[in-house]
Design a protein around this ligand. Structure first.
Ligand SMILES: Nc1ncnc2c1ncn2[C@@H]1O[C@H](COP(=O)(O)OP(=O)(O)O)[C@@H](O)[C@H]1O
Ligand SMILES: [Mg+2]
Length: 363
């Protein structure tokens, strides 16, 4: 264990947004907010287990693993967090490093392009450090191979030179903890997945939990909000803390310009209507997806590539950001033939599912 508590968190590029569109939108918002004194996105991140709202089973389990490792003076086992974007995977990883009194080194699958990148990072890990790899499903196969022995035996073998000059170098590593984060657990290769002793799935938050997130963030941002106002924002946040925080900022701006700065149910509902967020929390992109599936493909089945082309969106954005919540609320189904809209999904965009022929799903 390191003698002194190190709180240094080395972070890569902004990890608080996921799709290129969101990233662009977030950048614009950051720019807009730069000259105000309001705390940035990072200040809303819970810093300790005690501040982390919801995900009780996950937190209880990981907290025991952390306590036990600390008690033994050992490092924490490798851990994998998977689930939709914005649910707190990065946040809990940072909390783990902090609670373990270690340093977190932040990188991502796409950033580790060449084997040399990963060997460099691994050899710099100190005893007990946390290496956080975001979007770990996007590691190249060559890089992934280095992680196998690094995770299992804390060593890497690499070859320098070519032909007759080729030489294998065996490099021992300090015992570190790898924390992987992914929106696509299914895309991890089995050998990599098996090397994580701890695997956790983060699921959507309940309305109550998201209401707590909204109130906590409002307090940090010094925004006056009443219960009903927090609930309106929460029920339209698709069970996702990141969305709740983003909507809270939009509503705060609206309340400042159109009201006296206080957020109540009426102001919140009006602000979100202006933002294009409906009562279920679906935004323009969610509705575009549904409308495309329902109107252009008669409710499906439609392949994801065809849907993405029709909606002029990236497949990955639809799969990672849009579909998981529509699946959860039963608006769409993934079938071997493609995506289908359910009667509820059709109803939401004003189509009567029963009217349609083959494409209709009658339940
Ligand atoms: N359990 C939680 N309690 C309070 N706020 C949270 C929680 N989980 C996430 N957040 C907020 O949501 C934002 C997104 O979380 P993040 O960890 O970046 O999600 P992910 O890595 O899963 O995409 C964070 O900035 C944080 O403010
Ligand atoms: Mg993240």
């Amino acid at each position: 264990m390191p003698e002194s508590a190190r709180e240094r968190v080395v972070t890569g590029p902004d990890d608080s947004v996921s799709s290129p569109e969101q990233r662009a939108a977030e950048m614009l918002r950051d720019r807009a907010g730069r000259n105000s004194n309001s705390p940035g996105m990072n200040d809303l991140r819970p810093r300790r287990f005690a501040d982390y709202i919801g995900q009780r089973n996950v937190v209880n389990s990981i907290q025991i693993a952390v306590e036990a490792a600390k008690h033994r003076g050992d490092t924490l086992d490798h851990a994998l967090f998977h689930g939709p974007p914005g649910l707190g995977k990065t946040t809990i990883s940072q909390i783990i490093a902090r609670e373990m009194d270690t340093t977190l080194v932040h990188t991502s699958g796409p950033a580790l392009e060449r084997p040399a990148d990963v060997v460099g990072i691994l050899s710099n890990q100190k005893q007990g450090d946390v290496l956080f790899i975001d979007e770990i499903h996007r590691l190249s196969h060559a890089v992934e191979e280095y992680l196998y022995s690094a995770m299992e035996d804390f060593r890497v073998d690499f070859i320098t030179g070519t032909g007759a000059f080729a030489k294998t170098i065996n490099l021992p590593l300090q015992k570190f903890t790898l924390i992987g984060s992914t929106t696509r657990a299914g895309m991890l290769s089995p050998p990599l997945r098996e090397r994580f002793a701890l695997t956790y799935h983060l699921d959507y938050y309940s309305d109550d939990e998201i209401t707590q997130v909204v109130k906590r963030s409002a307090m940090i941002l010094s925004v006056p909000i009443d219960n009903a106002g927090a609930e309106v924002i929460a029920t339209r946040s698709r069970g996702t803390p990141r969305i709740a925080n983003n909507l809270l900022r939009r509503v705060r701006d609206f309340a400042q310009v159109r009201g006296d700065g206080t957020i109540d149910a009426e102001i919140a509902a009006e602000a979100l209507r202006v933002e294009g967020v409906d009562e279920l929390g679906l935004d323009r992109l969610d509705r575009l997806y549904l409308e495309t599936l329902v109107r252009q493909y008669s409710g499906g089945p439609a392949g994801i590539n065809a849907l993405a082309a029709s909606a002029n969106e990236e497949v990955q954005t639809l799969e990672d950001v849009v579909e998981p919540f529509l699946l959860k609320i039963g608006f769409i189904l993934r079938t071997p033939q493609g995506r289908r809209a359910t009667a509820a999904g059709m109803g939401h965009v004003g189509e009567d599912g029963t009217r349609r022929g083959q494409g209709a799903l009658l339940w």
